[in-house]
Design a protein around this ligand. Structure first.
Ligand code: SF4
Length: 204
């Protein structure tokens, strides 16, 4: 996995590098072939000091067109699910493993993840949330370094270093599955309970 250095921040502490500096480092990125097929690079959006950061897979069609994560049908579902955790969009930060849309929404490829994920790592270090919610398999495998599938991992928290990690189905995968939607609602309720049991400032 490659590592990036943010100019002016050779040895940054958690929360020290502003998101703007990470975005500036990306620039008009063409570190992988997706730079040649995207419409917009989708960096991330939300509260730069959020307690809860959501990690998705990659931009879809609407996200590519608008330059923001989770603006399509999956985004509407995410908004509805956040209510189960007692959260609003303005309280969270969202970014994807890949910042550019894979053509036809195909799966991210290992080389693309290798090129792009150092920027997600820097975003996580910048926001330094208490909770990372992984939306789907690719985000979960990146954060938890596992080959297991989301179906067997969802439904509970995992502690990895500073972060409490909650893997959940991707909201897009639940649009046509009542079972998955029910599991997502249960997992977002679990997130709300965790936040209530771990008030801000008390650590994870
Ligand atoms: S997917 Fe990531 S590494 Fe590839 S071009 Fe886009 S920003 Fe750069």
């Amino acid at each position: 996995m490659s590592v990036i250095e943010i100019p002016g921040h050779p040895h940054p502490k958690p929360g020290e590098v502003p998101l703007e500096a990470v975005r500036a480092c990306l620039g008009d990125c063409h570190r992988c072939p997706l730079g040649g097929t995207r419409t917009n690079l989708v960096f991330g959006v939300g509260d730069p000091h959020a307690r809860v950061m959501f990690v998705g897979e990659a931009p879809g069609r609407n996200e590519d067109l608008q330059g923001e994560p989770f603006v399509g049908a999956a985004g509407k579902n995410l908004d509805a699910l956040l209510a189960f955790a007692g959260l609003g969009r303005e309280e969270i930060y969202i970014a994807n493993v890949l910042k550019c849309r894979p053509p036809g929404n195909r799966d991210p490829q290992p080389g693309e993840i290798c090129a792009c994920s150092p920027f997600l790592r820097e975003q996580i270090r910048s926001v330094w949330p208490d909770v990372l919610v992984c939306l789907g398999n690719f985000a979960m495998r990146f954060v938890l370094h596992t080959d297991r599938g989301i179906t067997s991992m969802r439904g509970r928290f995992y502690q990895t270093g500073h972060f409490a990690v909650l893997p959940v189905f991707h909201p897009a995968a639940a649009l046509y599955s009542r079972d998955k939607q029910g599991d997502l609602e249960a997992d977002f309720r679990l997130l709300g309970s965790w936040l209530a049991e771990h008030p801000a400032g008390e650590g994870a």
